[in-house]
Design a protein. Sequence first.
Length: 357
Amino acid sequence: MQTLSVDLGDRSYPIFIGSGLLQQARLQPYIKGNQVMLVSNTTVAPLYRELVCKGLSQIDVDEVILPDGEAYKDMQHLNLIFDQLLARRHNRTTTLIALGGGVIGDMTGFAAACYQRGVNFIQLPTTLLSQVDSSVGGKTGVNHPAGKNMIGAFHQPVAVVADTAVLQTLPDTELSAGLAEVIKYGLIYDADFFAWLESNVQALRNKDEQALAYAIYRSCEIKAELVALDERESGVRALLNLGHTFGHAIETHAGYGQWLHGEAVAAGTVMAADLSCRLGWISRADVDRIERLFKAAGLPVKPPKDMTPEQFCTLMSVDKKVMDGRLRLVLLKAIGQAVVTAEFEQAALMQTLNGGV
Ligand SMILES: NC(=O)c1ccc[n+]([C@@H]2O[C@H](COP(=O)([O-])OP(=O)(O)OC[C@H]3O[C@@H](n4cnc5c(N)ncnc54)[C@H](O)[C@@H]3O)[C@@H](O)[C@H]2O)c1
Ligand SMILES: [Zn+2]
């Protein structure tokens, strides 16, 4: 097992990474009272809730099992968690446990941020995306019909346990979607890690647990570093959004659920790389390298064919990163080095949106 720490003063917490960790009852030290509310969904609960409950044998575990899907990441289903907490008379020393992917993690974290003005929660992420990204950093929330993740709070967990063994049951498309974020870390921060991914992408897709553990470790390490520097995303944390402005536009255009988030991020990142190349910052050979790695990871590298530059512009102008009316993008100065900038020529952006025409 490997351990990392997210250093945030008195809100610091450990991330444990390894095979079979859910079985090893690592949660007890992070539960302060004698009440626990396990939150999961109808897909993950039948697979792993027994394992988690076995490790908590001294405690009466209550649970909420939500329907599976992004469509249920809303206020109505969040309320089911509050209903159960109140019905079972949970007090301020209760601990919420999120067992599932990013949807369950975000909702449980937000419920923990709000319930009695804030209670503890533990993340047990079960998708690659949630193990490398959403379980770390304390962003929690739900969707509103007018926008994704628009209702939320910063609330850090007290511990994150990433068990690589649970990834064996994860569908391949979901694994690939998680790899998009892993590749992102290499691109923004660590050229050596990017090169390691080029050599190990097949092992990762084959769910080799050692390769997965290293990829998760390095990804969390990079995210933890950026979060510790900038918890509330007023600066350097924004680099984590590489490919996301283009990607969110693709997700919205296609309709939520049509493209997985990681798939949209992959195509969006290739667009960001293409624009960086047009600005003369990286070479065409770098762009090709990036495209090859996403393809090898089983991810799309082009936006939907029916999506026009005008549609991109409209959708991108509502992005959260637009400040003072200027579109800011995360772009690449090199493989392993990203910047947030509004300093790019509109004409170059239009060429990228036109697919190079
Ligand atoms: N908080 C953050 O910083 C942050 C960062 C990135 C993404 N997110 C959020 O995360 C969500 C996406 O997360 P996700 O990609 O994990 O999707 P998800 O939670 O919907 O999980 C994907 C699918 O895999 C299933 N699943 C999960 N674990 C499994 C397992 N071990 N075996 C078999 N099936 C399993 C789920 O039931 C679901 O059907 C989005 O809502 C996004 O907004 C949050
Ligand atoms: Zn993302």
